[in-house]
Design a protein around this ligand. Structure first.
Ligand code: PGA
Length: 254
């Protein structure tokens, strides 16, 4: 691999503890994963909270790391239904996704709140995978870059610039998530380059940037080949081990 990629499987609200361990093991046993990590790539699986313990346990001897799909910004307290970053560390997680557009859409997450979540994640020692992305209307109005810049600036100002020492951006255009409409490779490259510039010039850091949104084996190679793409956040296509492994194999050729 010419560049080290991070490929994250986001299982969303799929795969309970009864199936999660076996699915994780199937992925871990593949020679593609072993080759990928030997070449400095990183595979991360993000199952639902309840499946974290079994996945962590099954992947104990594997190079695959485990992440959660969200965390609260407080470390403990009266927050019914929530899970803190330190609890995820206790469970064996290394990563956590924050700011996913489905959380923004369904739970009212804002950029400021995403920043607080990212800060809590870093404080607990997790690597936050911070999701940003524009809507279809914003893209059609030519506002995609402005929206992304504003998201980055607000998140960084709430989280503190230090989170960028160990964080990852996931660029996920809203209209591409779960729709089968993958963004065009040239557009992905343009936005990733803009994200990188913003982070370097305004915040002094250069961090990995993943693409997410209907990432499938058919398009993975072309997307990973873009100079400013450092991997992928894969939803639907990570649910079937053989399909997810094809995406990892595509990464091997980059
Ligand atoms: P998708 O989801 O690959 O199913 O579009 C990506 C994500 O939401 O992280």
């Amino acid at each position: 691999m010419k560049k080290s990629l991070v490929i994250v499987g986001n299982w969303k609200m799929n795969v309970g503890p009864g199936q999660a361990g076996e699915r994780a093991l199937t992925i871990a046993a593949s020679s593609a994963v072993q080759e990928f990590t030997a070449a400095a790539g990183q595979v991360v699986l993000c199952p639902p909270y309840v499946s974290l313990p079994v996945v962590v346990q099954r992947l104990h001897h594997s190079s695959i790391r485990v992440g959660a799909q969200n965390c609260h910004w407080q470390s403990e307290g009266a927050y019914t239904g929530e899970v803190s970053a330190s609890m995820l560390v206790e469970c064996g997680c290394t990563y956590v996704i924050v700011g996913h557009s489905e959380q923004r859409r369904d739970q009212g997450d804002t950029d400021a709140r995403v920043g607080l979540r990212a800060r809590a994640a870093r404080g607990a020692g997790l690597i936050p995978i911070v999701c940003i992305g524009e809507s279809a209307e914003e893209r059609q109005s030519g506002l995609a870059e402005d929206v992304i810049h504003a998201q980055i600036d607000t998140i960084v100002s709430e989280a503190g610039v230090d989170i960028l020492r160990h964080a990852i951006w996931a660029y996920e255009p809203l209209w591409a998530i779960g729709t089968g409409l993958t963004a065009h490779a040239d557009d992905i490259q343009d936005i990733h380059a803009a994200i990188r510039r913003r982070c370097r010039e305004h915040h002094g850091f250069d961090i990995p940037i993943l693409y997410g949104g209907s990432l499938t084996p058919d398009v993975a190679h072309t997307i990973f080949a873009q100079p400013d793409v450092n991997g992928g956040l894969v939803g639907g296509a990570s649910l079937v081990p053989s399909t997810f492994l094809q995406i990892i194999k595509a990464g091997l050729h980059e």
